[in-house]
Design a protein around this ligand. Structure first.
Ligand code: ATP
Ligand code: MG
Length: 473
């Protein structure tokens, strides 16, 4: 706890230019202002924040007036919720009027009543570690629910009874899993119990809000913790049923791995490989593809007479299931296409054997992966969880070899913009035809030829085109 005190003091000194100036402005006008939630929690964890959230006794229009002349820019974050946003230099500030939220049980939308006390506002927050505040400019710490102790024990607890909290806002159950994944904290047993009993209530929350928490969870440092919690409480069965379905009972011969455990390991290995990606990570698309790559397995599982198990076409089936789930969660089309493409292609490399692919097969791999190629490298490499070190090393070297071949081909033939050797105009000219289906068919043929044989000279391409056209007649 002494550590938390030291950490918070250091962070408050760092952000002093903002909190002291703002605190004095509000105090001079007779209002309370307190730093709350994430920045207080993270200050105690020794983490810095340039997004500063405050709570205040001032009403939104008073807040706005007090920010004028101080902030560089001011905006309304939703006046009915009482939040005014502003920017001051590098600082992003949100100031929300104290709330005493009352939820109409028949409605999905909380109705907001402004409150008068900081204690009342803190009591409506999701977890005790998020329900701490520092009043400014005096820097008095308010911690009515023992957040500092829970922070020291690294545990998530609700300020009041978890049943009441989740009944007020079921999204908090998703938030428990998200914060577990972000902070690496455990969740208090009574909170887990309430989540388990009330999991079904998540259905009244909009898909978008559930999705946003899921994305934060998956992009967090410890997604395994959050995902496990979702599965164990039954929340995953509602928001991401494909995940718990991976826990297949083993067949009596124990011939195949536990797909659920395998999947969590693949996700963690994908995270370890993220530095290879252009953005460096966290990369939601690669992580979610790792999570979804085998979801076609339960549906395609067949027991063969010799005691083995097969999962034929689980890549294609899994890609379809991925699309459906992501649509239901209202992901963007770009994200849906990217993740489902990775799921669909995650097995392709296994046809590479020990390097038997022709250049043509390598070109097709690059073309089919398109702009997901770097992520496909990550997901495919991550999808090796064998404990047999020699086998793992061999697979890694084989994939190194494939990447080296791609680099070589790329150098030789501008692999990224694969086009036939003749364009549409040239095709029309050579064949003496106008625009139409034949030109399209010829273009496609030449592109396939380009894949198979690599670049050709114009004469070679012209001869090939004429031979193809003669065959069409
Ligand atoms: P992050 O660093 O991810 O922004 P955060 O703690 O700031 O973490 P937010 O989702 O931005 O999380 O919420 C800000 C604060 O508002 C939280 O710390 C919490 O006190 C409160 N809060 C947000 N959503 C809820 C909710 N659904 N129920 C109760 N309190 C909430
Ligand atoms: Mg925040």
């Amino acid at each position: 706890m002494a550590d938390a005190q030291r950490a918070v003091t250091a962070e408050l000194d760092r952000i002093a230019p903002v909190i002291d100036a703002l605190g004095e402005r509000f105090a001079a006008a007779g209002h309370e202002l307190a730093l709350v939630g994430g920045p207080v929690r993270d200050a105690m964890l020794g983490r810095q924040h340039n997004d500063l959230d405050f709570a205040t006794s001032a009403r939104p229009e008073q807040t706005e007036a007090l920010l004028k002349g101080w902030a560089d820019a001011i905006w309304d974050m939703g006046r009915s919720f009482g939040t005014i946003g502003c920017r001051k230099g590098d600082w992003q500030v949100e100031i929300t009027t104290y709330r005493s939220e009352a939820y109409d049980p028949s409605s999905r939308k909380p109705t907001v009543d402004f409150g008068d006390t900081l204690a009342g506002d803190l009591g409506r927050r999701d977890f005790t570690v998020n329900a701490m505040a520092v009043l400014v400019p005096g820097r008095v710490v308010e911690d009515p629910y023992g957040g500092v102790v829970d922070l020291a024990h690294r545990v998530l607890r609700t300020p009041g009874r978890p049943e009441d909290s989740f009944s007020d806002d079921p999204l908090r159950m998703m938030r428990a899993a998200r914060f577990a994944a972000q902070l690496g904290f455990s969740v208090a047993p009574e909170v887990v119990e309430a989540m388990t009993a009330m999991a079904g209530r998540i259905e009244i929350i909009s898909a978008e809000r559930v999705r946003d928490e899921l994305v934060k969870l998956v992009c967090a440092p410890y997604p395994r913790l959050g995902l496990r919690l979702l599965v164990e409480t039954g929340l995953a069965a509602i928001v991401l049923p494909e995940l718990p379905a991976l826990a297949l009972e083993r067949d009596e011969h124990h011939r195949h791995k536990d797909v659920y455990e395998h999947t969590l390991t693949v996700l963690e290995q994908a995270i370890d490989l993220e530095p290879r990606l252009p953005g460096g990570g966290p990369d939601f698309v690669a992580r979610f593809a790792a999570l979804m790559h085998d979801i076609g397995k339960p549906r395609t599982r067949r027991f063969v007479d010799d005691g083995t198990v097969t999962f034929h076409h689980h890549d294609v089936v899994g890609a379809k299931m991925t699309r459906k789930r992501m649509k239901a969660l209202r992901f963007s089309n770009d994200e849906i296409e990217a993740v489902s493409k990775l799921v669909e292609l995650h097995l392709r490399f296994h046809g590479y054997g020990s390097g038997e692919w022709t250049d043509s097969a390598v070109r097709r791999y690059v073309r089919d992966a398109g702009d997901q190629l770097e992520r496909l490298h990550v997901v495919t490499r991550a999808d090796c969880t064998t404990r047999n070190q020699r086998k793992a090393d061999r697979l890694r070297r084989t994939y190194d070899d494939l990447e080296a071949r791609i680099a070589r081909l790329r150098e030789q033939e501008e692999l990224d913009s694969l086009r036939p050797d003749l364009d549409g105009n040239q095709i029309m000219e050579i064949l003496g035809v106008g625009p139409g289906r034949q030109v399209g068919a010829a273009y496609k043929y030449l592109l396939e030829l380009r894949m198979d044989r690599g670049p050709m000279s114009e004469e070679e391409a012209r001869a090939a085109l004429l031979a193809w056209a003669a065959e069409q007649e």
